[in-house]
Design a binder for this molecule. Sequence first.
Ligand code: PXL
Length: 277
Amino acid sequence: MKKVVTIQDISCFGKCSLTVALPIISAMGIETAVIPTAVLSTHTGGFKGYTFRDLTNDIPDIANHWKNLDLKFDAVYTGYLGSEKQINIVSEFFDSFRTDNNFIVIDPVLGDNGKFYTGFTDEFAVKMAELCSKADYIIPNMTEASFMLGIPYTENYDKAYVEDVLRRLVGLGCKTPVLTGVHFDDKEQGAAAYDSVNDKFYYSLNENIDCSVHGTGDIFASVFTGALTLGKNIQQTLDISVDFTLECIKTTFPHLKEMWYGSCFEPCLGKLIEMIK
Ligand code: PXL
């Protein structure tokens, strides 16, 4: 059985990070180990007064125990990280759990729509960019890519710009960057990837629904990690990730007023299982 470890926070209410990654990767038939980096009462996107318990100091102890057990994973996947210290510890975790046969996925969670999420800064984006040098795959949106590269954020771009950004992301040291939320008009949206080893670009675009649903980046990255772990190629992986994320947005859209804090991904899990067959 394939085994993934994902390292990110638990937002107890609000559907993102671990409460998205664990059900999605498990539904794909993959054993999913978790390292919670922090426990928050809710995510930080729109809630006020949330609690935050930092678990950074627990991570090295968990890693040491797992090393003693000689645990190995087919993929290591990180999401929201809350501090520079946490990034340093995750970097050590990569060194310790990388093998010749596994891969590392970083979703460099920093922000969206040209803005940082609460608590993140330019300095933090630089640290995240340094961590990305250790990844096989990174999955930023255009906001996160722009912050990590230190370039202005823009909504108006063409294919040449997307490919330039992807090439610059390789300059951070990762092998295959994937840009999410890519759109060239208001009809279609999806993702673009650049396999720098084979110098090949990949695109997957599907219907654009004009709304913003919290946690869709985490859905995309979780499906992406799961599909690659199952041995899908880059194009198949992009297609499944884009199509499933769209399915979740379509399901959420009629309920967006009461579901402003997250996506209705649960009723879509059956479709995900069909998509990976
Ligand atoms: O969806 C990314 C995410 C993960 N974890 C926490 C967040 C966010 C985005 O706001 O606040 C705690």
